[in-house]
Design a protein. Sequence first.
Length: 139
Amino acid sequence: MNIGEAARRSGLPAKTIRYYEEIGLVRPDRRDNNYRDYGAHTLEVLRFLRRSREFGFSIEQCRALLSLYEDPTRCSSQVKALASARMVEIDEKIRELEALRESLGRLVRRCPDDADPGCPIIDELAGAPEGPVAIAAMR
């Protein structure tokens, strides 16, 4: 099948498929006219990569997972180790987002929500000290 059909069946944009080929994650067969030919195995690999990326695995993590996917002698402990490492990354990202949400929430609660120009949210984004002096200095 051609790249358009492979894109449709795998759920990946053709541009992504070309990128995966460029970095060596997929290697489609070539027809006599040197056009790419995406067979059943390549389609499986593309779907595997799409799902791996949906779980947030990096390209290098996908490369490692793909290597395990294609190795019939793999140990499940290797797969679990990669997935567990990804979970640690996700937990860290959740902590970062929670801290960010709390910081932004504090600013939103301090915003007077009135007709005056003073706003702690703007002050924070501008890196300005808070209060009327900072607002007057900005004018």
